[in-house]
Design a protein around this ligand. Structure first.
Ligand code: ADP
Length: 498
């Protein structure tokens, strides 16, 4: 038995797992990214708020003696340098600059005068807005040591003897950045790992549950399909409309129904075929045995038999050869019809004319049995659109049966009547009739009503008629009363001449 069910679910589960892991990694990475960004902002904002007043403190410092900023219009470098060094010793993260009114850097101990990359001035806009907002707002300003970067700062204006300018303090200077980067790196390594592991754990749990739920229906379907595959033809998916994949569930149920239906049909066809072969071979054997017997007698007793006896034996052999050839012909005809090898060639023709011909053909046979065979309203001409030779075959079988099952002095009538767009063809006899319980089966192959009938025919005549009707998309009905007679009625499309 092939392992059809086992491969389906794990493949899907693997794919779902793959998608989940990818999702978790993406989520983890974006989580770390977003957290790192906001943590950094939070960190900077806190630092700026805390140290917003630093620049003001520098300005309001009470100096004894000379002012550190400007003395006679120029920077008092030794004093200012000392002050900066003191401040930067306390807070190694800051860098202090003395600016003039235009934003030009007048002096700073952190700036190397030979460093050509360092900017000599900073933009005043962030500084003025910082002062206006009293340091309440988060604002980034130029970093003279890294012109491409923006940093948090503190600033305060000074006015000494009419010389105006600003004290500009970068709060997250190079040192701060170095320390912050290493710490942040470590912190985020831990945070990232922790967050990743936690997310993985929860995702795995949720993933497992989700996959279990998602594949629940699939497992039910896979199980049912496997059961069916293994031979349980009653296996069906219960409540298919409730399934997440109801289209699939319904399709499987429909498919199972039609497979079982086809199997039943094939089995019954097979049964009928076997029955037919058994019966036909029996019917072939009987006339053959009779033939053999009479021929042997003729051979052995050739000299002792009278001329009359010889004549009689020869007649019997002749009749049996006829019977045999008729049966073989019917079988051939029927098997061709059943194998759908016959394609009707429809054309307009006069069913009245055909009926006249057939009545003429069977007249002798009917008269022999003292049966009246006639066409009702022979003068009306009715045209139909059908396959003439197939219709002729059907009528022949029906007339033959009517004569066969009618006692002497009986009557067989063929009537044609226009009914709407059709011509109704009716073959009525005053014969033995067919018992009601037998009527549904007479069109089936090889069903004969009684033993006496069995002796007379092959049981294929009506089956051939039924097949011919199917080829013309019509049906045949039988109305019959035992001992009263039978009527076989069918319709063919009328051909409109005008
Ligand atoms: P068969 O060769 O035995 O006549 P058919 O297929 O032609 O086979 O008919 C099937 C059976 O239907 C017959 O055996 C007979 O019992 C019954 N039957 C058919 N036609 C008539 C009829 N006109 N009157 C009475 N019985 C009929």
């Amino acid at each position: 038995m092939k392992n059809t069910g086992k491969t389906l679910t794990p493949k899907l589960v693997k794919k779902l797992w793959g998608a989940f892991i990818l999702l978790v990694i993406l989520m983890g990475a974006s989580y770390i990214g977003i957290t790192s960004y906001f943590a950094n902002m939070h960190n900077q904002e806190t630092a700026q708020r805390l140290d917003a007043e630093v620049a003001n403190h520098v300005i309001s410092e009470k100096f004894t003696g000379a002012s550190p900023f400007l003395e006679d219009g120029s920077v008092n470098k030794p004093l200012f340098g000392d002050l900066m060094h003191d401040m930067m010793a306390v807070n190694r993260g800051i860098e202090v600059y003395l600016l003039d009114n235009e934003g030009t850097i007048l002096y700073s101990v952190v700036l190397d005068p030979n460093d050509s990359d360092a900017t000599k001035s900073v933009s005043l806009a962030p500084i003025t807005s910082f002062i206006a907002d009293k340091g309440e707002k988060f604002i980034l300003g130029d970093d003279p040591r890294n012109p491409e970067e923006q940093k948090i700062f503190s600033a305060a204006p000074y006015d000494i003897d009419g010389h105006k300018g600003y004290i500009y303090i970068i709060l997250a200077g190079k040192k701060f950045q170095e320390v912050s980067n290493t710490l942040l790196g470590q912190y985020f390594a831990k945070l990232g790992l922790g967050a990743f592991l936690l997310t993985m754990l929860f995702s795995a749990l949720i993933g497992l549950l989700a996959i279990w739920f998602l594949t629940k229906n699939l497992r039910v379907i896979t199980g049912t399909v496997r059961r069916f595959h293994e031979g349980d033809l009653t296996a069906r998916i219960e409540n298919p409309e409730k399934s997440d994949i109801s289209i699939f569930a319904n399709s499987f149920n429909d498919m199972a129904e039609s497979i079982v239906g086809n199997m039943d049909k094939m089995q019954s066809v097979d049964l009928l075929r076997r029955e037919l072969i058994a019966n036909v071979s029996h019917d072939l054997r009987t006339p053959l045995a009779i033939l053999k017997g009479y021929i042997e007698t003729l051979q052995i007793k050739r000299d002792t038999l009278s001329e009359q006896e010889k004549e009689e034996y020869l007649q019997i052999t002749h009749d049996n050869v006829d019977k045999l050839s008729k049966l073989i012909n019917q079988l051939f005809e029927y098997s061709k019809l059943e194998a759908e090898q016959v394609v009707p060639v429809k054309e307009p023709f006069s069913i009245t004319e055909l009926s006249h011909d057939l009545i003429a053909k069977f007249k002798v046979l009917a008269e022999k049995k003292q049966i009246v065979l006639e066409l009702d309203k022979p003068q009306e001409n009715n045209m139909v659109y059908a396959d003439v030779s197939l219709v002729e075959r059907a009528l022949q079988n029906l007339i033959e049966n009517a004569i066969k099952y009618t006692e002497p002095k009986g009557k067989v009538t063929l009537s044609l009547q226009k009914k709407g767009k059709n011509i109704e063809i009716n073959i009525t006899d005053t014969g033995t009739g067919i018992p009601v319980n037998e009527q549904p089966f007479i069109f089936d192959r090889y069903k004969q009503v009684n033993e006496s009938a069995k002796k007379q025919g092959s049981g294929l005549g009506l089956a051939i008629v039924k097949k011919i009707m199917e080829l013309h998309d019509t049906t045949i009905t039988v109305l019959s009363k035992p001992a009263k007679g039978s009527s076989f009625i069918f319709n063919l499309p009328a051909y409109q001449t005008s």
